[in-house]
Design a protein around this ligand. Structure first.
Ligand SMILES: [Ca+2]
Ligand SMILES: [Ca+2]
Ligand SMILES: [Ca+2]
Ligand SMILES: [Ca+2]
Ligand SMILES: [Zn+2]
Length: 466
């Protein structure tokens, strides 16, 4: 039930009073608004069947967030339908009492929060039992307009919300790669296209259908593919395929992170490109926050596990600025990237002898490995800390990825990933493996208690880390 701390007054703010009075005169009295103070007409629209009056709810002259009132007048019968979406406003004094934050200071907070320039700000009422005044600031970063609410009394940022409407598209991808999906480790880079099976998927979060640019992934490849209908169905012989792979698998990884409850782990449109590097290598460049996929051998972006490994670096860089400032921190970065490929594949593929989850990049690695299963690296190795450290971050990362795999087995995928991601926030950029392991154990303790913490401790202890 809605209640209002608004005295009843005549509707006096209408620019089209005459038209409205005429409507009222033709309709029964009971359909008129009962509390007319605090309603500002913002739009009158004619449609085939009626006329639609849209009002914004106000309190003391300020718009009430989310509050609305609509009146629909049927053209044929004159019947009036009211849609009363006004919000309760309680406990708020009139006359701007308590407002100590200037518009300029609110603008500066919003600019800092969103990275875009401020172009509009106004005082609004945040409704509820303890209603308050806030500055609503619109900024426009490269990813589209954002509305930020800044508490007009304390100056705290209450929320930041993207105003961009998202579209969906469709595309064809490998899920996670053809060796795993088809359980066939005889496929090679020169196999005919007819040997490959593709998955048709939905591309979420596109800002517009015609480009692979959206909430979580930003295709900055040269000659980016385009489709006015949002249809991105390419096969691996076409340049567009790798671009779609990048968009889909980055977006899926970030959607998963968000589903775990993390709102601020690389919550942005991650730049990636599938062109310009002919090496059989891919990398994440923290200086420009961009992932580049090489095209040597099997094009790297054809294997989602390579995409997820690189996205692992983007994840950690967003959680800990400049993460990886020591050899062991670098090894943790590589180990986490491999683990992230492992756990993303876990969700979309079976764990088989032919393609065990522990085997990373089963498809990309057919170009440079001979035995089967083909693996770039594995997460089930037996290397020990510190004796097996060789000073090369990818090699040493296998110590860390094995420990994370064991955490995953002990806690289950969801809880393990919550612990692992949460723990990253307190890693130092130049952490040692023991320090990071201890943070992870403490995180497990805080989230899930002693039994979970002991399992995590055992996983790191088994590698000699703690
Ligand atoms: Ca990023
Ligand atoms: Ca290639
Ligand atoms: Ca490759
Ligand atoms: Ca794999
Ligand atoms: Zn890496």
């Amino acid at each position: 039930m809605k209640s209002f701390a608004i005295p009843v007054r005549r509707l006096c703010t209408l620019g089209v009073g005459a038209a409205l009075l005429a409507v009222f005169a033709a309709t029964p009295a009971h359909s008129e608004p009962d509390a007319t103070e605090g309603l500002t007409l913002v739009s009158v629209q004619d449609s085939l069947l009626g006329t639609h009056f849209w009002y914004e709810q106000t309190f003391d002259g300020h718009p009430v967030l989310g509050g609305f009132y609509a009146k629909h007048v049927d053209k044929a019968s004159g019947a009036v339908t009211v849609d009363d979406g006004r919000k309760a406003v309680q406990g708020l004094a009139r006359g701007l009492r308590g407002v100590s934050v200037t518009a300029a200071r609110a603008d500066a907070s919003a600019v800092q929060q969103t990275g875009g320039g401020a172009y509009r700000s106004r005082l609004v009422v945040v409704p509820g039992g303890a209603a308050k005044l806030a500055w609503q600031v619109h900024t426009e970063p490269a990813t589209g307009s954002v509305s930020t609410l800044v508490d007009a009394t304390s100056g705290a940022v209450i929320s930041s919300t993207s105003l961009v409407k998202h579209e969906t598209g469709t595309g064809k991808v490998f899920l996670p790669n053809p060796v795993v999906a088809q359980q066939n480790n005889t496929l090679t880079d020169s196999s005919p296209n007819s040997a490959f099976t593709y998955n048709t998927v939905t591309l979420n979060g596109l800002y517009a259908k015609n480009k692979l640019v959206g909430g979580y992934a930003n295709n900055v490849s040269k000659k980016p593919v385009s489709s006015s209908s949002g249809t991105y169905s390419y096969n691996r012989t076409q340049a567009g395929f790798a671009q779609v792979q990048g968009y889909f698998h980055i977006t899926t990884a970030e959607e998963y992170i968000q589903s775990l409850g993390f709102a601020n782990v690389n919550n942005e449109s991650q730049d990636y490109q599938t062109t310009g590097l002919t090496d059989d290598n891919s990398f994440y460049d923290p200086a420009v926050d961009k992932i580049t996929f090489g095209t040597g051998g099997v094009d790297d972006a054809e294997d989602a596990e390579v995409i997820w490994h690189e996205y692992g670096h983007a994840i950690q860089d967003s959680q800990v600025p400049n993460f990886g400032m020591s050899e062991e921190a670098g090894a943790i970065g590589e180990g986490f990237g491999d683990y992230w490929a492992y756990t993303m594949s876990q969700a979309v593929s079976p764990n088989t002898t032919k393609t065990p989850w522990a085997c990373i990049a089963d498809w990309d690695s057919v170009s440079y490995t001979s035995g089967t299963p083909h693996c770039l690296r594995r997460t089930d190795g037996t290397k020990m800390y510190p004796g097996d450290l060789d000073g090369e971050v990818h090699d040493d990362g296998e110590i860390w990825s094995r420990a994370l795999q064991d955490v995953n087995i002990a806690l289950g995928r969801t809880n393990a990933n919550k612990v692992i991601l949460e723990a990253h926030f307190s890693f130092a950029p130049d952490t040692s493996m023991p320090a990071a392991a201890n943070k992870t154990v403490a995180t497990a303790q805080a989230l899930y208690g002693t039994t979970a913490a002991n399992s995590v401790k055992a996983a790191f202890h088994a590698r000699g880390i703690i």
